[in-house]
Design a protein around this ligand. Structure first.
Ligand SMILES: C[C@H](O)[C@H](O)[C@H]1CNC2=NC(N)=NC(=O)C2=N1
Length: 101
C-alpha cells in the first residue's frame, strides 16, 4: 500500500525529531561517521537487514569511514512519506551501537 506524500511542514516537523537528518531535494538524508572502514561496512549490512525487513530501501553510500543514507518513496512518485521516516528512525536506533556519530 503506497504511503501518502508528506507536506513540507510535516517533513520539517518530523526532521526536528531526527537530529542529523535533513531534507535534500526530494529525499531525507543523514551522513554517519564511523571509527573505521570495517565499522562503516558493518553499519551498511545492518541497515540493509532493516531495509529488507521493512521492504523499504535507501541509497547507501559507503566511504572510508562514513555511511550516507538517502531515501524517498518510489511508490509515492519519489516523495517523502512516513515509510522514509520509519526507516530513518530504525537507523537512528541502531547507529549508536555501531559507534556512529
Ligand atoms: C515491490 C517492492 O515491494 C517495492 O518496490 C518496494 C521496495 N522498496 C522500496 N523502497 C523505497 N525507497 N520506496 C519504495 O516505494 C519501495 N517499494
Amino acid at each position: 500500500m503506497p504511503a501518502e506524500p508528506l507536506s513540507q511542514k510535516e517533513i520539517e516537523d518530523r526532521l526536528r525529531e531526527l537530529p542529523g537528518w535533513s531534507l535534500a531535494g526530494d529525499r531525507i538524508e543523514r551522513r554517519y561517521r564511523l571509527g573505521d572502514h570495517f565499522a562503516a561496512t558493518a553499519l551498511v549490512v545492518h541497515v540493509a537487514q532493516i531495509q529488507q525487513e521493512l521492504n523499504h530501501h535507501s541509497d547507501l553510500t559507503l566511504g572510508y569511514n562514513t555511511v550516507a543514507v538517502s531515501v524517498n518513496s518510489h511508490d509515492a512518485g519519489g516523495a517523502v512519506t512516513e515509510k522514509d521516516f520509519a526507516l530513518a528512525t530504525r537507523v537512528e536506533e541502531i547507529a549508536p551501537g555501531h559507534g556512529a556519530s
